[in-house]
Design a protein. Sequence first.
Length: 507
Amino acid sequence: MARRRKQGQPGGGLKAQAPAQPAPDVAPPTRKAAVAEVLRAVVTGRLVGLTIGWGVRLMAAFVLGFGAIFLFIGWQLGVKPVVEAWEFRPYTGRAEGRIVESWVALELDPTRIGPAGFWRATAKASPCAVVEYAGDWGEATRRAFCGNRLRFSESYTLHDLESMAPGIPFAWVRDAAGIAVPEVRLSPAAHAWLAKAKPDGWLRAGSPPPTMLAQLMVESDQPVDLAVRSWAAPSPVFPLALDPASPAGAMPEAYVRERRTVGGIGLMGLVFIAVGFGVWFAGTAVLLPALPLPLHLVLAALPLAALPAWGDELPRYLRHLNPDMAEVVGDVLGDIDITGRLVASEPGAAMLADGEVLRWPAGGGAHAGTFGRLRLAKPDPAPRDGDEALAKLTALAGAQVAAMPAAEREALFARLEADKGAGRPDAGLAFVPAARAAVLDPQAPEAVRKAAGSFLWAWVTQPVEEPWPRDAGFRERVRIFRSLADVPVTGVPVMSKSVADRAAQRR
């Protein structure tokens, strides 16, 4: 009988267990491998956005955009007031600056203009000024400021632009006669597009100019309004607040005063930031999949360092994902704090400081043959208001026109009549009293009286430059129309009275 094998021996009922083998050591990933993993994840996310299609890019832009809107609101409500209140604590000094250079920065991207050519729908304008100020720290210092960014619609006018933000003055540089010289700066691409495109609309009399650039030059050329407003008010001082230890960082006094204290809605701002980061994080997950959570959080949070500048910068980056969504987000960001925008910089770094220049000197351009013939000087003493300024302007024009040879006077009135019919009436008001005097002067040559009468008839014929209460010299404008009641030209007394009566009813 076979001998029973002992339990645990080889060949027995239970096999002997092999001794446990130690687990092999796993080497920690090298730095090179970790970087490669990150790059692989980033590239994967980038390729997803580029290769899968516009749907993924649209979704990413949509989520990122709304996250950015919430974050920006949170910054404005909860963080920015605290930062600015802290920043402006040492601004105990004061200086009076003067504007030495000014322009409107016209932002226009030709690629965003639709096929209909309505360029003003996408254009935005920001008043910018270089301010010079001095103190006991040494040489005079210059600093640039760009204010509120608004739509450059047809109602955005240059001649009456008086502030770059609430409480912060703006003024045009003035010529030797004390008359403001408006200036617009824009990119070379925008200038080239305007110089080639056909006008998208023309609401004045006569045929439209050949290009949109020519139309803009005509519509913004308003020498009478510029002269009256300039003579009626001196160039404003530009009050600045500054840190005596660092005067180069001066800011407008009204801006600093408004931001010295923290508002009471900071907690709501933090709520917006929390919600916004959650949405933003979800958007980055579309573009950066397969990232470890800690690394994803870091990469998603990095752009928050530039949050103060998101209103200007973020839309241009979102355009790589979806231009239409980027445009929507940019408009919303720009409208969150329309009147609180103020960007300070060195003069050379200001918005479009080196852009193409459009300039409207009084009596240049379309009115060189009429208003440009006047020899004007800054009145001394200065007019008390717009009414007195307009009266002085028309008196100067009347005296100089009366001194012209008869042939020149006839040609001048004929040119003024032609300009009115061609949609260039902006210089005509300065010469209406001179034309009335010529018509009523029995010693004037018949040709001069006839040309003056034809100009006055054209002046009161629709479309008419009717006086509005917002116009500088409103009462004097109404008085000039009423003064035509004795002009012996058919229709002029009746039509001028009608214009004056309508104006008198406006408030």
